[in-house]
Design a protein around this ligand. Structure first.
Ligand SMILES: Cc1ncc(COP(=O)(O)O)c(C=O)c1O
Length: 390
């Protein structure tokens, strides 16, 4: 008999009932160190006082009005994002998937309005993940996500990740944009080297096509810059954001330059909930903390510390682990044993990690994790690796 919750997830046998900073408390009282942060969502940990305050203040004032009216919290968050990034304008969504939908529509409308309705194709890469909507799965193109869900939305050209030589010949008269994650998340925490991201930007400029970055997982301080592309010294035309920006409240956004967004006039797109007062009040509180250069300096310091400890962990368990990769506090350990076994052994030792493709476990802790918690986390991963090896 089907479960009352649609069984699309293989859930771990854990039920968390409370969160405190980097800690998740199970219904039976066990305290887990959370290196998953709800898949890179709880950027400031659980129950951060500033976010709790922002949410409860807003909840006691006004929850929802719709985008038929001006929303001061939405305006404030858009102004902050525009001030802190390449973007001239922002549309708020409730998720990363919806950000993907708009990014695709925006790129196509851009070319339509410029008199090139034939430019509809978007180049994407193997191992990418852009959400589970019809556009999202078509963009990713993997069999795992698309099988049985056809006919797929046309207009995506899938290239092998890392095959530089394939990109230029794939750009044709019908190409609208390249869409890429600066650090692949679901694909196994695989960063695009800065030089390659610069190369993609140059190629887009040379060919006159748009560069769309999916920073849903790698954005909002995760890599030690407010947005990951800043490491490469480039700017996209359109960027998808979600996860960390809401710190746990469902919130996403599409950021764009004035030119890239020029087709999106009144009536071309919408959302009942997107940018509602609750989400944007929390988003403002998140951004006020994460965009502070001192906060990001500390993320980078801790990232260096964690990376060093993880290199030691991999060296200590050569039968279990292969390598560490990633950027900032978005780290992956590629495993030699099934990564699900390592994640499950972690549960036994009360440390949470998240499996990803390419047999990799993901470490995406709250950016507020302390040095002491980092040390404890690696001790617990070490104990988990010992049980797996045994
Ligand atoms: C890079 C990337 N894009 C898009 C999405 C989809 O976001 P959401 O699950 O909020 O719809 C995700 C989610 O994991 C993601 O990692």
């Amino acid at each position: 008999m089907i479960t009352s919750v649609l069984p699309t997830y293989n859930r771990a046998p854990l039920t968390f009932v409370k969160g405190e900073g980097t800690w998740l408390i199970e219904a039976d009282g066990r305290r887990f160190l959370d290196l998953g942060a709800g898949i890179a969502v709880n950027a400031l940990g659980h129950a951060h006082p500033a976010l709790t305050q922002a949410l409860t203040d807003q909840a006691g004032t006004l929850w929802h009005t719709s985008n038929l009216y001006h929303i001061p919290q939405q305006q404030a968050l858009a102004d902050k994002l525009v001030a802190a990034t390449f973007a001239d304008t922002v549309f708020f969504t409730n998720s990363g998937t919806e950000a993907c939908e708009l990014a695709v529509k925006m790129a196509r409308k851009y070319w339509y309005d410029k008199g090139h309705p034939e430019k509809v194709d978007i180049i994407t890469f193997s191992g990418s993940f852009h959400g589970r909507s019809s556009a999202g799965i078509a963009a990713s193109g993997s069999e795992k996500m698309t099988k049985g869900f056809g006919p797929l939305l046309p207009g995506f050209t899938h290239l092998a990740f890392g095959d530089h030589d394939a990109i230029e010949p794939a750009i044709t008269e019908t190409t609208a944009a390249i869409l890429v994650e600066p650090v692949q998340g679901e694909g196994g925490i695989i960063p695009i080297p800065d030089q390659c991201l610069k190369g993609l930007r140059d190629l887009c400029d040379e060919k006159g096509i748009l560069l769309i970055l999916d920073e849903v997982q790698c954005g909002v301080g995760r890599t030690g810059k407010l947005f990951a592309h800043e490491w490469a010294g480039i700017e996209p035309d359109i960027m998808m954001v979600a996860k960390g920006i809401g710190g746990g409240f469902p919130l996403g956004a599409v950021l764009a330059t004035e030119d890239a967004a020029s087709g999106m006039t009144a009536g071309t797109h919408g959302s009942t909930y997107g940018g509602n007062p609750l989400g944007c009040a929390v988003g403002c509180a998140v951004l006020d903390i994460v965009a502070d250069p001192k906060f990001l300096d500390d993320v980078n310091r801790k990232a260096g510390l964690l990376r060093q400890k993880l290199e030691g962990l991999v060296a200590a368990h050569p039968d279990v682990f292969e390598l560490v990769r990633g950027s900032g506090l978005m780290l992956g350990i590629k495993c030699k044993v099934p990564c699900g076994d390592v994640v499950a052994a972690g549960y036994e030792k009360e440390v949470i990690t998240v499996p990803a493709a390419d047999n990799t476990i993901r470490l995406l802790p709250p950016l507020t994790i302390t040095d002491e918690e980092l040390a404890t986390a690696v001790e617990r991963l070490d104990a988990a690796a010992q049980t797996v090896a045994a």
